[in-house]
Write a protein that binds this ligand. Sequence first.
Ligand code: ZN
Length: 146
Amino acid sequence: MNDLRDLYQDMIFDHYRQPRNYGHLEHANRKAEGYNPLCGDKVSITLIVKDGVIDDLKFEGAGCAISTASASLMTESLKGKTEAEALTMLENFKSLVTGGSVNKEMGKLAVLAGVQAFPQRVKCATLAWHTLQAALKNSTEPISTE
Ligand code: ZN
């Protein structure tokens, strides 16, 4: 198990150092911003949703390794998914980081299962997902985890 844990940490660190889909989509039709005051993490997500499918998405912001890696992994996982699939993944992910089991469909997101051991970091891991949910609902209220 130790090797697996190291591998997971490497992947989190890699996504933190080199976040995927980092930036801002000029022609976004959905966007939202989120803030986790507990840790100081900030994230802004822009999406292009076409016919109920997430055609493209990007994130930017500043936060800890967990929040940044989580946002990066999220953008990789959601490209090409329908809005309904994205919301199912959000529920699965929330369950995963709060003690739920890993299911095969989670793919790379499973690397964040280690957050289970650190309840105070759950909000770091879920910030991007809550922000995504707000963007899909087209909420204009900034999202705070508090
Ligand atoms: Zn954080």
